[in-house]
Design a protein around this ligand. Structure first.
Ligand SMILES: [Zn+2]
Length: 315
């Protein structure tokens, strides 16, 4: 049993193809695919549990030759690969040609038309065209939710931030002094947990106005804004500052070695170096869902997969 290009259930039997008509709790009723074109009334029944043909097809009045079934299989394979793989259209066509004889190939549309059909099938996933402009106005709502409809994009990832970050990136890459001072801010995590806020305040006085926007962002996001009574509000994200400090004093691993395996995984998911922003978000959403299933497994008592290689180096 297969699906048609439009994903309707389809059954191939003795050289004819049938489309699902309806089903009861015992049987599925199928009718000839040429039902409309040739007014063919051939039907057959299958068992809903075993999928065996329990009533053989009635006589066909449609005109069909052996190759139309093969061509239909070719079309199904094209549609299946377009939906479920990341192969480029040319590769899909080449792979699907392999099983066909010359006579069948002669009946197919030319290669470019098939490639266009693959692109159309893929576009039907309703992914909005990716923006070309770094100041794009909004992200499609479908990309702001996880597969389970939770919030996926957080409030600091709006369109404003992206252009701001872009401006600083150039500066960071081209001005050694600027990048050095940014590193000082990042180094706050190595301070004793109680000294972080003091260190932040000293730095913000030392570095001056040029860095004000960065400090505002760090303060609001990780430190907490100052109230009038000199206490601090709760920040947007609470960093466990103790972690880095203790890791350093106890000579534990401070690098992101343990993240390397994950980087590899992410690379293999994207399969390209520069995905468009929308594709990037969609892949992250899919990955979030995969991680979610891992978490559910672990919570339900399954032991996480143990690392084999390199384990002792990380201790
Ligand atoms: Zn028929």
């Amino acid at each position: 049993m297969n699906g048609t290009t439009k994903q309707k259930p389809c059954l191939n039997f003795n050289g004819y193809s049938y489309i699902k008509d309806r089903s009861t709790n015992k049987k599925t009723y199928w009718r000839c695919v040429n039902y409309l074109r040739d007014r063919c009334h051939s039907r057959l029944h299958t068992c809903i549990i075993t999928n065996d043909v329990i009533k053989p097809p009635t006589k066909h009045t449609c005109t069909t030759d052996g190759s139309s079934l093969e061509v239909r299989k070719f079309n199904e394979e094209i549609a299946h690969r377009a939906r479920n793989t990341q192969e480029i259209p040319g590769v899909i066509v080449t792979n699907c040609y392999k099983a066909l004889s010359d006579q069948r190939i002669a009946r197919l549309p030319i290669r470019d038309n098939i490639k266009r059909r693959i692109r159309m099938v893929r576009q039907n996933k309703n992914i909005v065209n990716a923006p070309n402009d770094p100041n794009f106005t909004s992200i499609p709502t479908s990309l702001t939710k996880t597969v389970r409809d939770d919030m996926f994009l957080r409030c600091d990832t709006g369109p404003g931030m992206s252009s701001k970050a872009l401006g600083y990136q150039n500066k960071y890459e081209n001005e050694p002094e600027f990048s050095h001072n940014i590193h000082k801010i990042a180094a706050l995590v190595f301070l004793k947990p109680d000294d972080v806020v003091k260190g932040f305040e000293d730095l913000s006085v030392d570095l001056g106005d040029e860095y004000q926007a960065v400090f505002d962002y760090i303060e609001e996001t990780y430190i907490g804004r100052l109230r009038a009574n000199h206490t601090r509000r709760k920040p947007l994200f609470i960093i466990d500052f103790c972690k880095m400090f203790h890791r350093t004093t106890e000579s534990l691993m401070r690098t992101n070695n343990s993240a390397e395996a994950y980087h590899r995984r992410i690379n293999s998911i994207f399969q390209c170096s520069h995905p468009t922003l929308w594709v990037f978000l969609q892949k992250l959403i899919d990955e979030q869902n995969a991680t979610h299933t891992d978490v559910v497994h672990i919570k339900s008592g399954q032991a996480p997969k143990s690392k084999k290689k390199n384990e002792r180096f990380e201790k």
